[in-house]
Design a protein around this ligand. Structure first.
Ligand code: FAD
Length: 467
């Protein structure tokens, strides 16, 4: 394989391989990377411009990815997939975002998350196994539908959704405020409260829902960036699903979140933000080395200020990439190189043990992309501000990093709170009472306010329960 990074028949105009951690990849992963870069050059990058301008869903890009077997990247070889690992997943998403199309990279991230959720529980499930075998041949795009209109970015708290046992199967209702590929995906992994739900929101279940059951209005999708990603609201209105549309046992949702959905989303979406950061550095290199100021006879790249911008952007971005790839390697290590057969044991949760590291990975990658896209736009001046150079599009795309759940506000609080007060203090499902706050508020009350509160509380208790 050549050490020179190629772009079609020419040498690549951005950063060369000397700035990429190629030593992390196996020879076959490097081969896949180079074939994917060629596909980005011939197909994905041009479609990205159209997706952004006209809100076109990147199905054609998915067809191109399927031609390399990438829809079943992490599906085991005995099911017809490439049998690849977490490191390769991060490389593929970063490559698509950097050289091809960020919207496609995000749709592909959600696809991989859905594939991982299916793989986790496919062992005794013929329906899941069947779909996993057909992903590339039929270009079956999957996605994750979690976020709920009532709870915003707290996507682990699906208040507006429910599922109940019905005949031989299930009746499932889902309202989702955002779903990448909404209305375009062929299959959805959706999270609802469990059948038999009795008020405990940690009791969650996942279902496989095919596109025929999903209502969406893609024409209403609008957004600052990632415009091809089509992350509009969707609804599933009392769909009757067969028994094996349940992904894993009843009540498996929280385990599925911690073991696959969150780790894969955080690993791959971070790779997407890193890919966008690299994409704008590449463009800034091309522009600033080609534009000359004839009064002083200098190229823009000759100014130390511009060199400082680019140097800092490369170092910050490579710190984020190194972190993402290091954690991908950690996942490879704890899972026996992404060996799905281990999950025949429903209690095997190797990825969950390092989930809090992925909160950190996503926070820094999403923070960095906003800074780097901004600085590379500055480095390219007014030309960067105009759509033709495309930095402006990447800047809008990168803005999704901070606000996608878990949002960066939530993540930094998770990390700070868990470090200071312990993981139990995170209280995802709003169950534990903060006695300090309670005691402090009651301390502020006079006797009559306390009496009024006591009377209100007594009135709220069911009469039978009053001693
Ligand atoms: C491009 C894009 C694609 C998406 N794709 C999907 C998808 O495929 N599937 C899916 O399920 N969802 C998806 N989402 C939804 C996403 O994950 C979030 O749920 C969504 O962005 C939250 O938006 P909101 O307006 O509800 O924010 P809100 O939750 O209302 O947040 C508003 C503000 O409050 C802050 N905040 C919220 N909770 C806390 C807290 N506990 N502590 C401190 N601050 C807090 C937030 O950080 C933010 O600053 C997507 C979003 C985008 C932008």
């Amino acid at each position: 394989m050549s050490d020179v990074k190629m772009w079609g028949t020419e040498e690549f105009w951005g950063l060369g391989f000397e700035w990429d951690p190629q030593w992390l990849l196996t020879p076959s992963q490097m081969d896949l990377q180079s074939r994917l870069m060629a596909l980005c050059e011939s197909t994905l990058r041009a479609n990205a411009v159209e997706s952004d301008a006209d809100y076109v869903y990147p199905r054609r890009n998915f067809e191109a990815l399927a031609s390399l077997g990438l829809l079943s990247l992490i599906v085991p070889k005995d099911l017809g997939g490439l049998g690849e690992n977490h490191t390769c997943a991060a490389m593929v998403v970063e490559t698509i975002a950097r050289y091809g199309c960020p919207s496609t990279a995000m749709c592909y991230t959600m696809h991989l998350g859905a594939v991982a959720a299916a793989l986790l529980r496919h062992h005794d499930n013929a329906r899941l196994t069947d779909i996993l075998k057909r992903l590339d041949a039929e270009v079956l795009i999957g996605t994750l539908s979690y976020s709920d209109p009532e709870t915003g970015s707290h996507f682990w708290y699906p208040i507006s959704s429910k599922a109940e046992a019905y005949g031989e199967g299930w009746k499932v209702t889902k309202k989702a405020s955002w779903t990448t590929s909404g209305g375009f995906a062929d299959w959805y992994i959706v999270q609802t409260t469990s059948p038999g739900f009795a008020g405990d929101y940690s009791d969650l279940s996942c279902f496989l829902v095919m596109k025929e059951e999903v209502k969406a209005n893609p024409s209403e999708w609008d957004g600052l960036g990632l415009r091809g990603n089509q992350s509009g609201p969707i609804q599933i209105e009392g769909a009757f699903l067969p028994k094996d549309a349940l992904v894993g046992p009843v009540g498996d949702g929280a385990k599925s979140n911690d073991e696959v959905v969150d780790p894969f989303f955080l690993l791959c979406s971070s790779a997407c933000w890193n890919g966008i950061s690299l994409a704008v550095i590449d463009i800034a290199k091309r522009h600033t080395t080609r534009k000359t100021h004839n009064d002083v006879g200098m190229r823009v790249a000759d100014y130390p200020t511009i060199q400082d911008y680019v140097g800092e952007a490369i170092m910050d971005t490579n710190a984020c990439r190194a972190f993402d790839f290091q954690m991908a390697k950690a996942l490879d290590e704890v899972t026996g190189n992404c060996d799905w057969s281990r999950h025949a044991d429903l209690d095997a949760m190797p990825r969950a043990s390092v989930l809090h590291w992925f909160w950190q990975v996503k926070f820094v990658a999403a923070k960095n992309v906003a800074h780097v896209t901004d600085k590379m736009l500055h480095a390219c001046g007014g030309t960067g501000y105009r759509p033709a150079l495309q930095i402006e599009r990447y800047l809008r795309d990168g803005k999704a990093g901070w606000v996608m759940g878990p949002t960066n506000e939530v993540l930094r609080q998770f990390v700070g709170k868990a470090a200071l007060l312990g993981f139990g203090a995170l209280d995802y499902w709003n169950k534990s009472i903060n006695e300090r706050v309670l005691a402090n508020e009651i301390k502020k009350m006079d006797d009559s306010a306390k009496r009024a509160l006591a009377e209100r509380l007594l009135a709220e208790i069911q009469p039978a329960k009053v001693a």
